[in-house]
Structures are given as C-alpha cells and as structure tokens.
Ligand binder design. Structure first.
Ligand code: UDP
Length: 317
C-alpha cells in the first residue's frame, strides 16, 4: 500500500495553521504540526490530539529541527501576524521569518519536499500602487516598528526564491491579505477581533485615525482554498490571495455594530506608526492560474465569526 503523504505545518497551532491542519487531516494526510505556542494555542488543534495521523512538536523553528522519516510538503506559517504581536515580539518575528525560513527550506531540501511559505500583503508596505499586483515591489519602512514583520517576510521571500533557483526546491509563496474567522485570538489586537470583542461587551469601537484607511477582508475558508490550490500548482513565485472588496475602517466598524446588534459607539484613537493607508489585492493572477476567487461575503463571514467569538468569550469579571 502506498504510504500516506506527510505535511509539516509550522505555526500549526495558530489561526491559519490550525485550519490548514484540519484541511490536510480531512484529506487523509499525516500532519506534523510544529509550534512554539507564543501566539498559537493547543486549543486550536485539540480535535486532532488523539489521532495517530497527527503529531504535535513544540519547537521554535528559529532553531534547527530534525525529523525522522519522509516529509512531502512543508508549509511555513509560523510567525506572529498581528501588528500588536509583532511589536511585542520583534526579535522572534525577525528570527522566525529569517532563521526559521532558512531552517524550513533546509528541511524541504533534505526531504525533497514541496515548500510553501506564508508571505503577506505587508511586503507592499504603505503601497503607492493600488490595488497591489504581485509585480509591485512595495514601499516599506525598514526601520519603523512594522519593519520587523515586513522585512522578515521580504527576506523569507528572497531566500525562498534563492532555494528555488540554486537548490531547485519546489517552492510556492502566498501573499496573504487581511483574513478573519474563527480561532483568531480575541485579544490579538487586530481590527476584526477588537471590534467584535468591543461590540459583544457594548464597549466603544476603537477606530484608529479617522478610519479613512482601507482594508479588504477575506474569510479563512476562502483563503485556505486559495492556499491549497497554490500548493498543488506549478507557480514558484508569489501569488496574492485575499478578498478584493475594499472597506474604509470606519465603514467596517459600522458594519460590525450593525451585525452584532450592539449598543456600542465609535471612539477615535491615534493611528499607529506606518499604518498602511490602503490595501486591496489584485487577484488577477490567482483567478487565472489557480481558478480561484473568494466566495464568502463579508456579511456572512462576519456573522459566523461573531457567533464563534460569542461562544468563546472569556467570562466577564
Ligand atoms: N484598527 C482600528 N482599530 C482597532 C484595530 C485596528 O481602527 O482597534 C485599524 C488599523 O489602524 C488598520 C486596520 O484597522 O488600519 C487593520 O488593522 P489590523 O491590526 O487588523 O492589521 P493590518 O492590516 O494593519 O496589518
């Protein structure tokens, strides 16, 4: 009998990583989930704890990792991903994007595995081109507070392409735009959990700046569909995966207020340093080469997410 394919997912106990674990377990692969749990949680992978096809390794992949046996796919998703988290963990963020990427590419090379790395719309920085296409090189402040994440991910892309060109590793790079859904940490500081938490507690929604900045929000299930299509494609370079429907943050706040039925009002807070003014993926490439586009409407995805947060709120003190 042919052996089961093995996928290693770094950051597998995080928001997207754990949804990927679910996807590959359902597909019948053996999953090796690696996480150091600085922002991930065992709660996200509890459903697989007793499954013999699932292995959890608590490890910081900025340090070398050796595993026995075959690995067919390496999906590198480990990194703090919320601006608040990467400001709290600036050096681990830089290390996991650089040393962690190096280690995982080395592992992929050794095992002759296909490698997919989670990159980000942050490689475009505060973009001067709108919407952002993969061919745009970006506008990043390397020494600002967000630079730790942006530059780590830019390095991750560069080393991925180097391993592809010089070591012939089979690589994929997904540039992930804002994504939301169940399993985001309620206090991770990102706009979706913040606004939902504040709404559910009838606290004011904290809009940064005047809320004129834009983001485009993709539901996690659409994103996982795009990522897995990319994994099985033959595109080595970056592909944007995200939802191109763009919202001003102020309008997004009003939508969350409406859908959650809260009594919350809106308050304005200072805009964080280097907060990108606009962000919207151009997904022409994904449509063409992956036959992918998002299906879930923001209203529907938000309703599901609000329900999930409602049942996972910490007890009120
Ligand atoms: N934001 C906001 N209020 C919050 C959290 C975030 O207005 O409580 C804004 C933030 O300034 C940014 C956008 O929402 O313009 C998205 O922020 P997030 O932290 O989710 O991620 P980013 O897209 O900046 O990486």
């Amino acid at each position: 009998m042919a052996r089961k394919k093995v996928v290693m997912i770094t950051g597998g106990a995080g928001f997207l990583g754990s949804h990927l674990c679910d996807w590959f377990m359902k597909k019948g692969l053996k999953v090796i989930c690696v996480d150091n749990l600085i922002t991930g949680s065992l709660e996200n992978i509890r459903q697989h704890a007793k499954d013999k096809n699932f292995e959890f390794i608590k490890h910081d992949i900025s340090k070398e990792l050796r595993v026995e046996g075959p690995v067919d796919y390496v999906l590198h998703f480990a990194s703090p991903a919320s601006p608040v988290d990467y400001l709290n963990f600036p050096i681990p963020t830089l290390k996991v994007g650089s040393l962690g990427s190096h280690n995982m590419l080395g592992l992929a090379k050794l095992k002759k595995a296909r490698y997919l790395v989670a990159s980000t719309s942050e490689v475009y920085g505060d973009p001067e081109v709108h919407p952002q296409k993969e061919t745009y090189w970006g506008h990043v402040n390397p020494i600002g507070p967000r630079g730790v994440y942006d530059e780590a991910k830019r390095f991750a892309e560069a080393i991925t392409m180097a391993y592809h060109r010089y070591h012939k590793v089979d690589t994929k790079i997904v540039r992930i735009f804002n994504t939301y859904g169940p399993r985001m940490r309620i206090h991770d500081g990102r706009v979706v959990p913040n606004f939902i938490f504040q709404s559910l507690r009838n606290q004011p929604l904290t809009v940064y700046g005047r809320g004129e900045q834009t983001r485009s929000f993709c539901y996690y299930s659409d994103l996982i569909d795009g990522i897995t299509r990319l994994l099985y494609s033959d595109i080595p370079g970056p592909v944007n995966i995200g939802n191109p429907v763009e919202f001003k943050i102020i309008d997004f706040a009003k939508l969350v207020i409406k859908l959650s039925g809260t009594r919350s009002k809106i308050v304005y807070r200072p805009l964080p340093v280097d907060d990108p003014k606009q962000r919207k993926p151009d997904i022409t490439l994904a449509r063409k080469v992956l036959k992918w586009s998002p299906d879930v409407k923001l209203r529907d995805g938000l309703e599901q997410t609000i329900l999930w947060f409602k049942s996972h709120l910490p007890a009120e003190r």
